[in-house]
Design a protein around this ligand. Structure first.
Ligand code: ARG
Length: 569
């Protein structure tokens, strides 16, 4: 497929002697189509050429001998040089590329030979999988899909929170009252009750707290009884988490959680010792990061037990050696911003190649707030994700029952739409922003929602399924797609791969989500303007074809976000 941006950069480069790769970086997409398809801001060259941007633009325009097959028109506006690409060329390029690639449209090999680790979900065992972990899982899963599509060797890691002093408490609580609770039936809920109860006792009784600390120490020293109970917690918790992952269609390549690093922390302490930066403070061992305004990072507690940070540092060492990663992404809520700044700083003291320390990246995201207070059960803000997902499905079932009671595969479609709605709502705004969760808006089939995109797709699909034969790209009369509404769609589809790249490189799946809304809107516009199945064969073929490629791209895009498409709606 022709890369218009690159071609334009080359034309400018030929007339300025500035490398086209540099020029290409500056090329922008104008805010509206009237201003052209690509714009080059000439002020970027003002310093180098010692001329005013307006003059550079006029100059370039007069020098450029444009290839009419590629570029229709060039305009000067202010200090910008605006390029209007040849629409026929754009259309034929795009539809031929899709014809060639089909379900793989947009795939790339820019990532070949590079490894990206995406760490996400990472719930704490024996604790509820809350709505924050849900958002985390959905963001991480979509990033994982996109990096993979771009050709990266991509590894998903669920860094389970299965270690730490709280397990000393859990073990103590279990010892004291385990038989009173029905743990096998309802593990997380019951274990949470035990946890709340033991915490209260700890506040009242120093001795109990001491025993809890001791339990964790024993666990670290592989005491058989403590390990056995801990294993039980882990198994039961994973069973519950897996139920959620199954509904969401999420899988992990590695489940190495914090405990996995229990025997790998000694080396971290040694290396930090050798760096000369590890100091004693009130019996604990710390790295002082005050000079970087990052407080102190605790490496070992005064009772010699390990910390969350040390486990993360051991994980960095392990991952660098095991995966030789180019990027290691941590999808974790912004509450842990300081933690990641600290460990990334301390990681520089481990003697690792800079490739690794530069590749560490915290993908920080905002909280989810519930508008509908009803869902926030029990522990204040902790809502049960299982219930939430099931409620989404049953709400959709109700809508289907009202609107389309005879639909086939009702149950399956309700699940796809309900889960799609929740997934989309979690990733459609810039991830660092907090997100408000509200049933009415996420399930609105005509709002900016997952179901709206699914609905648009189903519409395209029902047209395609009812025709005898799909017109081939070569049989499409390009002129029939040269209208404003069609060009808008084609331009979006042409940009699809760029959107995947942007979403991945910026770790921002919301870019893809917004794009899919825009594409759906563009198609709805087209659909309202042009009847698809008209008598004129050329018109009909062109309209069917654009319907087909829109559906295809909507599906690939949604799948990248981790969302399936229903066959009916
Ligand atoms: N388990 C932690 C939590 O639920 C998140 C773990 C984040 N990942 C990490 N490598 N520290 O808050």
């Amino acid at each position: 497929m022709i890369n218009f941006k690159e071609e334009i950069a080359k034309i400018i480069s030929n007339n300025t002697n500035i490398n086209y790769v540099e020029i290409e970086q500056y090329i922008e997409t104008p805010p509206n189509d009237e201003m052209g398809d690509y714009a080059f801001p000439c002020f970027r060259l003002a310093k180098e050429l010692k001329k005013a941007p307006q003059i550079i633009a006029e100059d370039l325009k007069s020098k450029i001998e444009k290839n009419e097959d590629l570029i229709e028109k060039i305009n000067v506006a202010g200090g910008y040089l605006n390029f209007y690409i040849n629409k026929k060329c754009l259309i034929s390029n795009t539809i031929n590329e899709i014809e060639k690639e089909k379900d793989n449209y947009g795939k790339s090999n820019i990532g070949n030979g590079k490894t990206v680790l995406v760490e996400y979900s990472s719930p704490n065992i024996a604790k509820p999988f809350h709505i924050g972990h849900l958002r985390n899982t959905l963001i991480g899963h979509s990033l994982y899909n996109m990096y993979k599509y771009l050709g990266y060797n991509t590894i998903s890691i669920n860094h389970l929170g299965d270690y730490g002093t709280q397990f000393g408490k859990m073990i103590e609580g279990y010892k004291l009252w385990g038989s009173e609770y029905n743990i096998d039936e309802n593990p997380i809920e019951e274990l949470t009750k035990i946890y709340v109860r033991i915490n209260e006792l700890c506040k009242k009784d120093e001795n109990v707290l001491e025993r809890c600390r001791d339990n964790f120490k024993k666990l670290e020293d592989k005491d058989p009884y403590c390990v056995e109970i801990w294993n039980k917690f882990k198994e039961l918790s994973l069973k519950e988490f897996n139920r959620i992952y199954d509904i969401l269609g999420v899988k992990f390549d590695s489940l190495n959680g914090e405990a996995f690093y229990s025997d790998k922390m000694g080396e971290v302490v040694e290396l930090l010792n050798e760096s000369g930066k590890l100091v004693e403070s009130e019996g604990a061992k710390i790295i002082d990061l005050e000079d970087k305004k990052l407080g102190v990072c605790m490496i070992k507690k005064s009772n010699d037990s390990s910390t969350y940070a040390t486990r993360d540092l051991a994980a960095i060492l392990y991952r660098a050696r095991t995966y030789d990663f180019d990027k290691c992404l941590y999808v974790v809520a912004y509450e842990q911003n300081l933690h990641f700044k600290q460990i990334f700083e301390v990681a520089k003291l481990l003697g690792l190649d800079e490739k690794y320390t530069n590749g560490l990246e915290h993908v920080s995201y905002g909280m989810v707030h519930l508008k509908d207070g009803k869902m926030s059960t029990r522990e204040g803000n902790v809502i049960k994700v299982n219930e939430l997902l099931n409620e989404a499905i049953s709400r959709v079932e109700k809508i289907i029952e009202e609107k389309n009671p005879n639909m086939e595969d009702k149950k399956q479609n309700a699940q796809i739409i309900g889960i799609g709605a929740i997934t989309f709502c979690n990733i459609c705004t810039t991830i660092i922003k907090d997100q408000i969760f509200d049933w009415d808006s996420i399930l609105n089939f005509s709002g900016e929602t997952g179901p709206y995109i699914q609905y648009t797709y189903v519409r395209t699909n029902s047209i395609i399924q009812n025709i005898k034969e799909l017109p081939k790209a070569e049989d499409v009369n390009i002129e029939k797609l040269e209208n404003k509404e069609a060009v808008k769609i084609i331009k979006l589809i042409y940009n699809f791969q760029d959107i995947i790249k942007q979403s991945a490189m910026k770790n921002e799946p919301s870019i893809m989500a917004r794009y899919l809304i825009e594409l759906s809107k563009a198609y709805s516009n087209y659909y309202n303007e042009y009847k698809i199945l008209v008598d004129d064969l050329e018109e009909k073929n062109a309209r069917i074809h654009i319907t087909y490629i829109t559906g295809l791209v909507l599906k690939i895009g949604m799948n990248l976000l981790g969302i399936d498409m229903p066959n009916k709606m």
